[in-house]
Design a protein around this ligand. Structure first.
Ligand code: GCW
Length: 693
């Protein structure tokens, strides 16, 4: 029963809290000049009210009392705006946690940072008070941490309401409208604040006619969503259609260099910020998979992005411009076009041309969120651009929330990857400074210093467990925590999630959840497409095995298996030249069969089935062994859960059991199709004589 208190400058002076140094840092000089202070005060007041409600709620749940800040509280949350605020602080703001003689003070200069500090204390629980005296500063490594929803207002005939959504319908929309009751959105914002996410894009990047109108006719409804997110310091972004000037504005063109088009977007942005003063900005998928873009007007992506950037700049807004651009109408007979090359071919030459409030958002791999891909070379190719890393929390290609797949370890590997090996940048020797990681690039600590942050596609829907599979909540949690601090250890993050989700979890439950999830990403990799080749999924919905499903399609995701071998030759010597998009040492490491890591072998090389891996196994024997092992591991996951299911609420237990049953069925299906395919293609029997069909 602890005594909790909140202190803000309002208490003393009765004046609203001023705009924060953090906002200025996020948006650079443009925002400093123009940010409307009253809009940020509105957010600040909303978040302070939330903090005060959080303290009440905590004392109601756990005892104790909310007291005045002068009454010697055990925990004091103190808003302490820097005065005067530094023009350009070097680090994104976080909070300071001071513990002296069992009393804790959390101080921040921005209400949202203070809220994040509060949730840090919640996460620590009693330990927050019991530890030794300390004075710590916690700041997110990256200033921009965002979730993208691929939600449609209407139910799309093929994609459903949430494109690649596996957790029911949208939390924002129902029956063609923004929901009347948005209380769940506020609860969602609370979950996000608890893991440090503070920006959400609320509609699909594939913007259909109905959804395009969120920008105009539906603004009052968007404002309601923003109001539901605001109390937890989460800012709203919209995906917009590049063709809006024509489709919504009735103009004859959407040419980004046309003055009338520029005026249309400026006016549109003005109206948006009038409706939502703390609006975050626009997300754009242009010239990709049928979405309109600048190409139709003979312009490039920088022309398109900069035109929107100019429109949102007066409001301190951002444009997240996606680099997921490739030809999806390829001819499989054409061996020269390589989808993996596309993002780099399109974007690297534009480095230096994007405005300061454009973030170029790059998928983590060159193809499409596969269980295993090399890290995209685009992330290291644009030092003069704010580049963001895009991850996929929704499990489109990793089991669609029917399979338990904890992605924390995968993201951790990506975030820690070093594009220049042991060197700190393109021109540095290996001992010329600390090696730069992907996390450094995304947070502005790499060459050029232009971080665009970290974004991910959300896995949340209106499902009663939020994420379909209750264990998939761990992915949402881990994304937020790793975006805040990419150095965190994924199993430790999982422990945090277990503590918060199953309070007082007995040791057996904790051990079982670890046994099920810790290695689950590798397990999924074992029983699906081998050695970095990717896809092999059923076309369209992307669930379950279909080895040749995409082999003769226009989408450009091929494996080229024949009776002798498999893999895509992406070398400079004899293939598509994709390896040349990497800096040293990777351009050489991937180029050579000898040094290419096994797990990516078939991404980079076409080899005979008898090729011997570094592991000592042939490719075909590796395929057999991994697929049998994958299924055995899933069987152990099922058993582990049955042992502990009685320790969690019945509905959770049942849902997890049902999903694990499906995972086992699906893993067997994958195993049998993939092993049979390779046996039939190669005619090489399994050394262990197991059943192959
Ligand atoms: O992964 C693919 C998905 C599409 C998605 C696209 C993208 C929103 O299959 O459904 O469209 O990527 O990222 O734009």
């Amino acid at each position: 029963s602890r005594r909790l208190a909140l202190r803000s400058p309002d208490d003393e002076a009765g004046v609203p809290v001023g705009s924060s140094s953090r906002d200025r840092q996020l948006e650079g000089p443009i925002a400093t000049e123009h940010t409307d202070r009253s809009s940020s005060r509105r957010t600040d007041r909303a978040v302070l009210a939330t903090l005060s409600a959080e303290l009440d709620r905590a004392t109601r749940a756990h005892g104790g009392a909310v007291v005045g800040h002068d009454d010697e509280p055990d925990l004091l949350l103190a808003l302490d705006p820097a005065d005067p605020a530094p023009a350009e602080p070097a680090e994104p703001a976080g909070y300071r946690l001071l513990r002296a003689a069992g009393r804790v003070t959390v101080t921040a200069d921005h209400p949202t940072s203070l809220l994040h500090g509060w949730f840090h204390v919640v996460r620590l629980g009693a330990v927050a008070f019991d530890g030794p005296d300390t004075d710590e500063h916690h700041a997110p490594v990256s200033a921009l941490r965002m979730l993208d929803h691929w939600d449609n207002v209407d139910v799309h005939p093929v994609m459903g309401q949430v494109e690649r959504g596996y957790a029911g319908g949208s939390i924002f929309y129902d029956a063609g409208h923004v929901r009347a009751d948005l209380s769940r959105v506020t609860t969602y914002a609370r979950l996000l604040a608890a893991v440090g996410i503070d920006r959400v894009a609320i509609n699909n990047v594939n913007v259909a006619a109905r959804e395009a109108r969120l920008l105009t006719d539906d603004l009052p409804e968007v404002a309601r969503i923003a109001a539901a997110l605001r109390p937890y310091g989460v800012r709203t972004h919209l995906s917009v259609s590049f063709a809006s000037p024509v489709t919504l504005g009735g103009l004859p063109t959407s040419d980004p260099l046309d003055p009338a088009v520029r005026t249309w977007w400026r006016d549109a942005a003005d109206v948006v910020w009038r409706a939502v003063p703390d609006f975050g900005g626009f997300v754009v998928k242009a010239d990709s998979e049928g979405q309109p873009g600048p190409f139709a007007h003979g312009r490039d992506h920088a022309d398109g992005a900069n035109m929107l950037a100019e429109a949102v700049a007066p409001h301190g807004g951002l444009v997240h411009w996606r680099a997921f651009v490739y030809n999806h109408t390829q001819d499989w007979r054409d061996r020269t076009t390589d989808r993996a090359r596309a993002a780099h071919d399109h974007f690297a030459p534009l480095d230096g041309r994007f405005a300061g409030n454009v973030v170029v958002q790059v998928k983590h791999g060159p193809v499409d969120f596969q269980v295993r891909e090399p890290v995209s070379p685009v992330l290291a190719a644009m030092p003069r651009t704010r580049v963001a890393l895009e991850l996929q929390v929704t499990q489109e290609y990793t089991g669609q929330q029917r399979h338990a797949v904890y992605l924390g370890p995968a993201w951790s590997e990506i975030l820690r990857w070093q594009p220049w090996g042991d060197a700190a940048g393109p021109d540095d020797a290996p001992d010329g400074g600390a090696p730069v990681t992907v996390a450094d690039l995304a947070s502005g600590r790499g060459p050029g210093g232009q971080g665009g942050g970290i974004a991910a596609v959300s896995n949340v829907g209106d499902d009663r467990f939020w994420t379909g599979h209750p264990l998939a909540q761990a992915n949402l949690y881990a994304f937020g925590r790793l975006a805040w601090d990419p150095a965190l250890d994924p199993p430790a993050v999982l422990d945090e999630w277990i503590d918060l989700t199953f309070p007082g979890a007995p040791a057996e439950l904790r051990a079982a959840v670890h046994a099920i999830l810790d290695e689950s990403w590798h397990t999924y990799e074992l029983y699906t497409a081998p050695l970095g080749i990717g896809f092999m999924v059923r076309p369209g919905h992307h669930y379950g095995p279909d080895v040749d499903g995409y082999e003769y399609t226009p989408w450009g995701t091929y494996h080229f298996a024949d009776r002798d071998g498999i893999g895509v030759d992406r070398t400079r010597a004899t293939g598509t030249g994709y390896t040349g998009q990497y800096p040293a040492p990777w351009r050489e490491v991937y180029e050579s069969l000898d040094s290419c890591p096994d797990e990516l072998l078939l991404f980079f090389h076409h080899v005979p089935y008898t090729h011997v891996l570094h592991s000592g196994k042939t490719v075909v024997q590796h395929v057999y062994d991994t697929h049998f092992e994958g299924v055995e591991r899933v069987e152990r996951m099922v058993e582990r859960w049955e042992d502990v299911a009685g320790l969690v609420p019945d509905d959770v237990a049942r849902r997890v059991s049902d999903r694990l049953t499906e995972q086992r069925r699906s893993a067997v299906e994958w195993r049998d199709q993939v092993t049979t395919y390779f046996w039939r293609k190669s005619g090489i029997p399994d050394e262990q004589g197991r059943t192959i069909y």
